[in-house]
Design a protein around this ligand. Sequence first.
Ligand code: UT7
Length: 329
Amino acid sequence: MTKITAAITAVGKYLPDYVLSNKVLETMVDTNDEWIVTRTGISERRILKEEGKGTSFMAIKASEDLIQKSQIDPKEIDLVVVCTATPDMQAASTAAFVASSIGASNAFAFDMDAACSSFLFGMSVVSGYIESGKYKKVLLIGGDKNSSMINYKDRATCIIFGDGAGAVLFEANTEGNGIQDEYLRTDGSGRDFLRVKKGGSSYPFQIGDVHDEESFVFQEGRTVFKNAVFNMADVSEKILERNNLTKDDVAWLAAHQANKRIIDATAQRVGLDDSKVMMNIAKYGNTTSATLPLLLADYENKLKKGDNIIFAAFGGGFSWGAIYLKWAY
Ligand code: UT7
């Protein structure tokens, strides 16, 4: 029997219009453009400013971009997964709203959250459904309105995060393209180093509560940085070894865009020069679940059928991993 793999057949993206530059951040917190660029590689990020608009707004726009470019009929989609750490509401599926809004009326839908590894883990979930033969077309969206949980008085976090969404269509493939292998990890002992505490079930809001620091993203940057550098490089190296790939076999590294220094360290460990490293952190900052699909959307024109792409991510939890995929078009 021919093996079915899960291949990417279309991509789309959405970024809010408002640009929050390092220069503007200089007027908000004690920081400067030079520090931010040197330490993170970020020059600007996008922010979804309009009141009442959440992650679903960006996810719908990214999906519409994909639908318009690929001319797919949304009724053919079997499943819509929205990867996000910032759902529209605490208890109502963002994905269900997105699926209905884009006309995917024959699909079921659910949200997934593994912090900055959400999209990577989502790729694993989607490939399982497709490889089993259960579903043929799955829309995987990564979107986050990080600005909804950032304290713009905290220079340790507000300089890093931005808003955005990317959408990717996975389809059953019998040519051997698509997802080849994955190596995914978590370590729950890391959860206090990067978190939003208040509003969760362990620390619910009480009537009369005011927002304080615990209502926003807290990050112990140095610890997260060290773990990210070590683990992202480690899984990237492992996935190459496991699949007998040398650096010359790899066409692209698509790594989570949290800090340029983390991406550079990963590329260095597996011996890839800059020309093979997808990078858009300078323009968007860290968009959490959206970084990987946004990379694909920005590099789509450069990708060739059969290209070996290594995806890698590290995020809160801790959660991290790598996926090896062959580009299908
Ligand atoms: O996507 C999920 C995973 N997240 C990540 O992977 C993020 C990982 N962490 C990082 O990217 C980095 O740790 C940061 C960018 C957050 C911080 O960079 P760093 O090089 O680790 O800086 P640091 O926290 O070690 O701070 C170095 C110095 C400190 O001053 P002193 O103690 O040396 O006097 C900070 O107070 O830089 C200071 N500092 C700043 N200065 C100007 C911290 N933030 C800023 C700032 N502007 N925004």
